[in-house]
Write a protein that binds this ligand. Structure first.
Ligand code: FMN
Length: 328
């Protein structure tokens, strides 16, 4: 089964992906957080840094684009093709208010006929393969019937389905009955995404959906960076690896952003997920979140490794899923 690393804006940066690949691996493919091409048809300095082929050498990477205008999408896809990328991913899943208000991300799903015209233009001229990351709709999973009819007209490289609708945001359980239906009908190979947090979740998923050849892991993989490696038969994360990984990433952020001060917010965000690997980490998580200086952050991160017990498969508190208990 393929194991993809989901994009998380603010977390799965260039430096994160590089360090993750080096320390843990097990991931078939990484995606960049979304890049939103503008009418001016220039990448920002930050976007260029994120996608520079030399900086991503050795990391199998698919750049993700968020667009509603086919010409803007095609401009970006061509520029990425010139850099050597063979695939771009279209974001039709982002539920955020500002994105959807512009009719992008999951907001585009509210206009299926316009989406069809967009895809017709994109697929007739795009110089690289296009995969799609989608939700089931905006309000009601029944919207997916028409959306899938549209996707099925085009040679979509991979259809990544996060089986929630836009109004679900990330709440509640993924809508698995709708996913089963969609996966059975899609012409494109399907990749499942949503709430797979532990190796046991993924094993239960595989047993339930043996025909689905790929899973995309997001928060669960950031929270347990060895999750993909474990699914590939490898060992869990050791304390030394986690220490090495976080220390290296902190250094990379410090030099990438020019100061330790700028590195701290990135590390705090990472720790908000990573803390779930440690037993009874609540107080330590709060202390890291409240660190006011690089020195405070460094002390508090060191305290986690010094004081807390590593737990192999703790379920993070952002999910109430119990995959093993689910019947067909
Ligand atoms: C902080 C955060 C940032 C995200 N940024 C992106 C993004 O840039 N592009 C995207 O397609 N999805 C983004 N997502 C959604 C994730 O890729 C993924 O679809 C979602 O977290 C569900 O998968 P999971 O349950 O495995 O985490 C983001 C999610 C979070 C929590």
């Amino acid at each position: 089964m393929e194991r993809e690393h989901a994009p998380l804006e603010g977390v799965t940066t260039l430096w994160y992906r590089r360090a993750h690949r080096k320390w843990f691996g097990g991931v078939t493919r990484y995606y960049t957080p979304f890049i939103s091409p503008t009418k001016e048809h220039v990448f920002t300095k930050r976007e260029l840094r994120e996608i520079a082929p030399a900086a991503n050498a050795g990391v199998p990477l698919v750049p993700q684009l968020l667009a509603r205008n086919a010409e803007d999408f095609l401009w970006a896809a061509s520029a990425l093709a010139d850099m050597g990328y063979g695939e771009v991913n279209l974001n039709l899943g982002c539920p955020s208010g500002t994105v959807c208000a512009k009719g992008k991300g999951a907001g585009f799903l509210a206009a299926p006929e316009e989406l069809d015209r967009f895809l017709e233009t994109v697929f007739s001229r795009c110089p690289v393969a296009v995969s799609i990351k989608t939700r089931l709709g905006t309000e009601d999973p029944a919207e997916f019937g028409r959306l899938l009819e549209i996707y099925d007209q085009y040679p979509v490289r991979r259809l990544i389905i996060h089986p929630r609708v836009r109004k679900d945001q990330y709440r509640g359980r993924p809508r698995l009955a709708a996913f089963r239906d969609a996966a059975g009908r899609s012409r494109a190979p399907v990749c499942y995404n949503g709430d797979l947090c532990t190796a046991a979740d993924a094993v239960a998923f595989r047993a339930r959906f043996p025909g689905v050849g790929a899973v995309m892991l997001g928060r669960g993989l950031v929270g347990d960076p060895a999750l993909a490696r474990k699914l590939a038969g490898g060992p869990p994360a050791s304390r030394a690896e986690l220490e090495g990984f976080t220390a290296e990433l902190y250094e990379a952020y410090s030099s990438g952003y020019g100061s330790r001060h700028s590195a701290v917010p990135r590390m705090k965000e990472l720790w908000s997920f990573l803390i779930c690997l440690f037993r009874d980490g609540g107080k330590h998580a709060k202390a890291i979140r409240k660190a006011k200086s690089p020195a405070e952050y460094e002390d508090r991160a060191a305290a986690v490794f010094r004081e807390l017990e590593l737990a192999a498969d703790l379920r993070p508190d952002w999910t109430d899923m119990d995959w093993k208990g689910w019947s067909e």
